[in-house]
Design a protein around this ligand. Structure first.
Ligand SMILES: [Zn+2]
Length: 314
């Protein structure tokens, strides 16, 4: 009993400590990017208790019949704040949350939107991930690493509506083109294009102003997906991380070129059976090494690509 009280007190204290430490830039504040379109921008950092996992973006589009949210942010508390911000802009309800992919920083806020009556829409390939041991392990680790923002009440929320192929959904006279583009960054990558506003919500297919997190991505397919997106008529890209862009082509191109560079340098090394360390040391990273998170992400990106290219060259 006493132990339980001590634990409750400790939790309250921790919440207070981290609550007090929340900085202005760690609070979702809507930025208008097109008529009726807003985004909130997470910081270029790794998820932590201090930033409440506010390291990814979310977007929303206000239509005559309700609001469409794209991605749910990295903790229920952030999603709650985003919902409050949306309510300051419109009295219309959030009808849908479209998930670009099920990485932790984009989905831990889903339960908040679901609780507020929104339907969750995602690409069907996410189902396999949600049922996997990996997803459970990830959540378990997050409950430690991101405590108290992620705790035993945080859960994984499957879609109410699964998307199989390209599909256009309409709300309040606004078309939303949902285009599956996985497996690229993840198997379930989905981008959302609003043709009336020439706005693309690109999820983690496009990283702006930072080195992408490549992980176990299928970079070959990712490059083809970016090539397909380069054909769209786009004024604004809202990426999964970093600021919105009105230089869509350059951003798509940068992500594309980075992936191509990884595949070229690591592919050559893998084919020549050159050890990773040597290949990494002699590769020319000068075009990318000034980008944020280069130090944190490039080496592991290169290593994962080396393994992928070894596998592909077999
Ligand atoms: Zn992300």
């Amino acid at each position: 009993m006493a132990g339980a009280i001590v634990k409750t007190l400790a939790v309250a204290l921790l919440a207070l400590t981290f609550g007090a430490a929340v900085r202005a830039q760690d609070t979702p504040v809507p930025i208008a990017v097109a008529p009726g379109v807003w985004m909130v921008q997470g910081s270029s950092a790794l998820g932590s208790s201090a930033n409440r996992n506010f390291i990814s973006n979310a977007g929303f589009v206000v239509t005559d019949e309700g609001v469409v949210v794209i991605d749910a942010l990295g903790s229920p508390a952030l999603a709650e704040e985003l919902l409050e911000q949306i309510r300051r802009i419109t009295t219309k309800p959030v009808r849908w949350v479209i998930v670009t992919h099920y990485h932790a920083d984009h989905i831990y806020g889903l339960q908040t939107f679901k609780g507020a009556g929104a339907s969750v829409i995602a690409q069907r390939a996410a189902g396999a991930y949600l049922n996997s041991e990996t997803a459970q392990q990830r959540l378990k680790a997050s409950r430690d690493e991101l405590f108290p923002w992620i705790d035993e009440h945080t859960r994984l929320v499957p879609a109410d509506r699964w998307i199989d192929g390209a599909q256009t959904l309409s709300l309040g006279g606004m078309d939303f083109q949902l285009q599956p583009v996985g497996p690229s960054h993840t198997p379930e990558d989905l981008v959302v294009y609003v043709p009336a506003l020439r706005t693309l919500f690109a999820g983690d297919l496009v990283f702006r102003g930072r080195v992408p997190f490549v992980g176990q991505a299928d970079s070959g397919h990712w490059i083809s997906a970016l090539d397909a997106l380069l054909a769209y008529d786009i004024d604004v890209v809202v990426p999964g991380h970093g600021p919105a862009s009105s230089t869509a082509r350059a951003d798509l191109q940068l992500t594309r070129d980075y992936l191509a560079h990884l595949r070229k340098t690591m592919g050559d090394a893998a084919r020549n059976m050159e050890p990773f360390e040597e290949a990494y040391a002699k590769a020319d990273w000068s075009r990318f090494d000034k980008l944020p998170l280069f130090k944190a992400a490039n080496r592991i990106n290169a290593y994962n690509t080396y393994l992928l290219m070894e596998h592909e060259s077999r």
